[in-house]
Write a protein that binds this ligand. Structure first.
Ligand code: HEC
Length: 153
């Protein structure tokens, strides 16, 4: 229901990009370029039961997600009790890693405490990653390599 209301609210606040369904399986840079952070905000209703996003907001069942892209995996929210499974991944949350995590948390970090099945639609993931990036990180998006710039044989 929260998602439904989120979508209705979104429809009321200006034009929404309708994604071409063929983009769902496109490479991540193309999906991120076409993604809509406001649609990601509506999708985030599914995450908000467990996650706050505002800077300095408290942890819920999951850690606060302010400025996640570029942030060290399983270290960003100092008081949160991360699982050994997620802590053992190491490194930082790149866009690629967020895309893999949100496809299937259990596959990305077997034994994780994030009880969430994942987002199967590639554009839903791109929308929510753009929303996460807008909330603190503001990292530059990866360049889209156009087919046309490939050298001819
Ligand atoms: C049922 C609760 C729940 C839902 C729903 C949920 N998460 Fe989580 N999330 C968690 C928990 C718990 C963890 C910590 C996992 C661990 O330590 O293994 C986590 C961890 C994360 C992390 C890693 C944070 C860090 O500091 O390394 C990200 C990113 C994340 N979630 C994003 C999302 C997004 C985006 C959604 C919605 C599409 C979502 N989560 C939905 C509970 C949830």
């Amino acid at each position: 229901m929260a998602t439904l209301f989120g979508l209705i609210a979104l429809a009321g606040c200006g034009p929404r990009v309708e994604h071409d369904p063929r983009l769902a399986n496109a490479p991540l840079p193309e999906r991120l370029a076409a993604a809509d952070p406001r649609a990601g905000s509506a999708i985030f209703a599914q995450c908000a039961a467990c996650h706050s996003i505002a800077q300095g907001a408290g942890d819920r069942a999951g850690p606060n997600l302010y400025a996640v892209p570029g942030r060290a995996i399983a270290q960003g929210s100092p008081n949160f009790n991360y699982s050994a499974a997620l802590r053992s991944v190491g490194g930082v949350w790149t866009f690629d890693r967020l895309d893999a995590w949100l496809t299937s948390p259990a596959h990305f970090a077997p034994g994780t405490n994030m009880m969430f099945v994942g987002l199967h639609d590639g554009m839903d993931r791109a929308d929510v990653i753009r929303f996460l990036n807008d909330n603190g990180s503001k990292l530059p998006l990866p360049p889209v390599v156009s087919q046309r710039t490939r050298p001819d044989r």
